[in-house]
Design a protein around this ligand. Structure first.
Ligand code: 3LM
Length: 395
């Protein structure tokens, strides 16, 4: 295995294993459910962990292994584990780290299904959850109890792009012996590497930038060998949200252009955010690349760029916001983000429809809020489409 000090090179070569006698440039897809043992003893040794070698693809697969090795290089962690979805990764981490009677500190601002898991499923299983503002260090400290085991956050947060200070959360975790988990989906390791700030577990919906082509649902966790092995041998093995070898191959292919794509997403998003901010029909734009955004101060220190996602509110009614979205010709009305196509969606009725009205208000998600995941098209074309959409509602 070969590794560079430059992430652009590592997206292509980092973690790649030599591939046997044929030497294919592209990673082979081991499309197999099970692996053949030479004899009973070899099988028994592999099950006992006394011998290397594969057993069954829910327990590990060479194509998936390679994606994991590549992601560990990119996130600068010892190890990684791949999952069949981002939510598979969230639940595998949470259920490996928490049991009935334990306490989780998280934010009331989260991706909708993560919020649903924490707000509904965990309390039903006897796990206590406190929702606090993770950007407020004092609020986090005040929420700590003797049974607090995990602090879980996203940064920037879906959909309003609130930024959490990674150094501050990691310091609290280390000092109090609490495991810290951070969802890095919106940044990708190109723009932010939470483990280098001391975060214990880094999570991705690999559905988004890592794959980047809108054709896979997948998740990744990156962390220490100890933590990742624990998760692989407990919740991943026994709950079974594994990634298929073919999907792992697609994500590996996506990684090779990750640095170019993320750079272009960010450049386009900056131009589009400035355009929207200057538009008379727009009430407010939420994007950390704008100096007014509270997260802007962490650009450079923890984020190498502001990324490709923004949210904005149109002036006027909910009906006008909907009419604007329906009027768009090139931008696609779809949830998800990180794809080549610009995607637009309405969080209150889509990605965050798991929130009750008062919970939406607390999370800062208004009925006129629109999320834009800027794609790789020419920014002029994106703005032209937005412009005709805004003009149609009198903007
Ligand atoms: C979305 N988000 O459009 P999967 N963490 C973050 C996410 O944004 C997501 C996940 C985890 C969206 C999906 S809504 C039905 C579509 C920050 C997903 C979960 O399980 O791979 O979807 O990841 O915002």
């Amino acid at each position: 295995m070969w590794e560079s000090k430059n992430i652009e090179t590592n997206t292509i070569h980092g973690g790649k294993k030599s591939q046997g006698e044929h030497g294919p440039l592209s990673t082979p897809i081991y499309q197999t459910s099970t692996f053949v043992f030479d004899d009973v003893q070899q099988g028994a040794d592999r099950f006992a962990g006394d011998a290397q070698g594969h057993i069954y693809s829910r327990l590990g697969n060479p194509t998936v292994d390679e994606l994991e090795a590549r992601m560990a290089v990119l996130e600068e962690t010892e190890a990684a584990a791949a999952f069949g979805s981002g939510m598979g990764a969230v639940s595998a981490a949470i259920f490996a780290l928490l049991k009935a009677g334990d306490h989780l500190i998280t934010s009331h601002r989260l991706y909708g299904c993560t919020f649903a898991l924490f707000n509904h499923q965990l309390p039903a299983l006897g796990i206590q959850v406190s929702f606090v503002d993770l950007a407020d260090e004092q609020a986090v400290r005040a929420a700590i109890k003797p049974n607090t085991k995990v602090i879980y956050g996203e940064t920037p947060i879906n959909p309003c792009l609130t930024v959490i200070d990674l150094d501050s959360i990691a310091a609290i975790g280390r000092e109090q012996g609490i495991t810290t988990v951070m969802d890095n989906t919106f940044m990708s390791p190109i723009l932010q590497r939470p483990a280098t700030h001391g975060i214990d577990l880094v999570l991705h919906s690999a559905t988004k930038y890592l794959n980047g082509h809108g054709d896979v649902v997948a998740g990744i966790l990156c962390g220490s060998s100890e933590l990742i092995n624990h998760i692989k041998m407990t919740t991943r093995k026994d709950m079974g949200a594994v990634m298929s070898p073919h999907d792992a191959w697609l994500v590996i292919r996506g990684l090779k252009t990750l640095h170019l794509r993320v750079q272009r997403h960010s450049e386009n998003a900056q131009v589009v955010a400035e355009y929207l901010q200057g538009h008379g029909a727009i009430e407010k734009v939420y994007y950390p690349g704008l100096p007014e955004h509270p997260g802007h101060r962490l650009l450079g220190r923890q984020m190498r760029g502001a990324g490709g996602v923004m949210a904005f509110e149109v002036k006027g009614s909910f009906e006008q916001a909907v009419a604007f979205i329906n009027q768009l010709k090139m931008c696609k009305r779809a949830v998800s983000l990180g794809d080549a196509e610009t995607l637009i969606q309405h969080p209150a009725s889509m990605t965050h429809s798991t929130y009750e009205p008062e919970e939406l208000a607390e999370a800062g998600i208004s009925r006129t809020l629109i999320r834009l995941a800027v794609g790789l098209e020419n920014a002029e074309d994106i703005m032209a489409d937005l412009d005709q959409g805004l003009a149609s509602i009198g903007g």
